[in-house]
Design a protein around this ligand. Sequence first.
Ligand code: NAD
Length: 298
Amino acid sequence: MAVIGWIGLGNMGGSMSANLAKSGHDVRGFDLNPAAVAAAEAGGVKPAQSIADAVNGADVVFTMLPKGEHAKAVYLGGDGVLAHADSRTLLVDSSTIDVAAAQELHDAAAAAGFRFVDAPVSGGMSGAQAGTLTFMVGGEEGAVADATGYIGPMASNIIPTGAATTGQAAKICNNLMLFINLAATAEGAVLADRLGLDKQVFWDIASVSSGDSWALRTWYPVPGVVSTSAADNDFAPTFTTELANKDIGLAISAAEDTGTPLEIGRHVQQLFQRLVDAGQSGKDCSMIIKLADGSLDS
Ligand code: NAD
């Protein structure tokens, strides 16, 4: 069994690290938020007092942080991972961050003698809880193989993507599609309701028809249809609007770098921006249905 350091115990990291602990690993978790640490402790993770405490003696360190700026602070800061871990420790960043920040982390880790992979995930909070995430893992082949050995209890699919930062590239494109699908699902759900369709009947049809998507099956934004939907819980966040807006913003930046129009993605980003501007950044991103039905603007 391995010693695992885990930094970032939020909606995703809390359940992911608990699954590693349940599989018998010695997991030491750190988060700036004491409530997140307490929740992880209930899942079998040993609380750490600092990044140094979490990474001390670890075979592998995982990070699951909101944005590139957080990942850079945690790895590169004076009290961070590179300053305190032993260089034999394998480093795995599962946050969704921009490609430039991921490259910076790869470069800094290599310069300090560490092996580092970018390993973002898909599958949502329900997939994190169930241990059925998809990991997309970029980096040097041997490091990717070693990371795969630790990821098993958290994942149904572990897919090597190629060289450094390709995991993030795959994740950014995947989430562009996810958030466009979520916006489309919200519009379909609202129109179906206004045409007099029963919510369950319409979902039963769409989920086996050409309107199907992961967003429809997992995040259907109408209460009482899908048990994993935040709509059943007053839109308490499983994936915040702020992070959704961040992800689609990453796609737009990547599109600008590559001369790609991204017309639909740009429009959907404006919808998430409207939610943020309306003070909904901490709510679940499936709140986008409140724009589709006009209730947030009225
Ligand atoms: P979250 O906000 O729930 O959790 C992030 C945690 O990081 C918080 O608990 C925060 O306190 C902690 N943190 C921030 N800075 C820190 C620091 N310097 N030191 C220690 N802890 C720190 O976010 P989440 O939903 O768990 O998402 C994490 C990452 O995973 C994001 O990049 C997100 O885009 C990605 N992601 C989320 C989902 C989802 O469904 N929620 C799915 C796939 C990927």
